[in-house]
Write a protein that binds this ligand. Sequence first.
Ligand SMILES: Nc1ncnc2c1ncn2[C@@H]1O[C@H](COP(=O)(O)OP(=O)(O)OP(=O)(O)O)[C@@H](O)[C@H]1O
Ligand SMILES: [Mg+2]
Length: 265
Amino acid sequence: MDNMNNKVLKIENLSIAFGGLKAVDDLSFDINEGEIFGLIGPNGAGKTTVFNCITQFYKPDEGKIYFKNNKGEVEDLVGVKTHEIIGKGLVRTFQNIELIRELTVVENVMVGAHIDFKASLFNQFFRLKKTREEEAKIRKRAEDILDHMGLLAIKDMLTAGQPYGVLKKIELARALMLNPKLIILDEPAAGLNDTETLSLVNLIREIRDERNCSILLIEHDMKFVNGLCDRICAINFGKLLAIGTPQEIQKNQEVQIAYLGKEDD
Ligand SMILES: Nc1ncnc2c1ncn2[C@@H]1O[C@H](COP(=O)(O)OP(=O)(O)OP(=O)(O)O)[C@@H](O)[C@H]1O
Ligand SMILES: [Mg+2]
C-alpha cells in the first residue's frame, strides 16, 4: 500500500460484476482528508455499487479499499464486516431513506450511537437502553446534533409524516452520532426543493469544517455537486471517465458526451 499521508480513502482497481454485467470496472480514486468529493454518472453507472463495495454490503471481485480509520491506522476494508466498518469511522446514508417511522426524531438519531447498523434498526433502539446514564448521554448528543441542524423543536415528534427534507436531515444526524472520519451520502439532495437544497449545501460544508471529516457523495443535481465538491469523479458503465475540480469536469468532453448526452452547449 502506498502513501496515505493526506488521504482518508484510496480505492484501487475496484471491480464487481453481477452475472455478465460489470457494474464497477477497474475503478481507482482517492479522497483527501477534509475533502468533499462527488461521484457522478448516469443512472446505472455503478455509483451506489461503489458505495456498497466500500461499506462491504457487496464483496468486490477485485480491488483494494484503503481507509484511514479513526485511530489513524490504514487498513483494507475488503473482507471487513459492515458493522465493524461503521465502528472504524465510516458511515453512510441511503439512496432510499432508512429510518424507523414509529420512533420519534431524536430516537432515530440515537440509533446512530449503536454500531450494529442495518441488522434491525428497531431492535437496536431497545438494545441501546442499557443504563439510564448511558441513555441520557446518548440522548444529549443526539439533541446537540439536532439543535445544530435546526431540528431541536421537532425532536419529540414522530418521524412518520415529517417532510422529505427533514427525513434526509434526520438520517444525516444519525450518521454523525459516531463522529465519523468519512461520511458517504447517496443522493442527499434528491427530492429536495431549492431552499432545502441550499440549506443542505451549507449544512454539509459546516459538518466538514467543524467535524474535520471528509465527505463522499453521489448526486445527480449538477448545481449542487459543482457548488459543493472540491473534486469530482465521473464514471460511466462502471469505468472512470475523469477526476478533477468541478471546472475541469464541466469542461471534460467525455463527461459531457456520456453524462450530459451532448457534445457541446
Ligand atoms: N445486487 C445487484 N444485482 C444485480 N445487479 C445489480 C445489483 N446492484 C446493482 N446492479 C446493477 O449494477 C448497475 C449499477 O447499478 P447502481 O445502482 O450502482 O447504479 P447507480 O449509478 O447508483 O444508478 P442510479 O443513479 O440510478 O442510482 C446497474 O446495471 C444495476 O442494475
Ligand atoms: Mg444509485
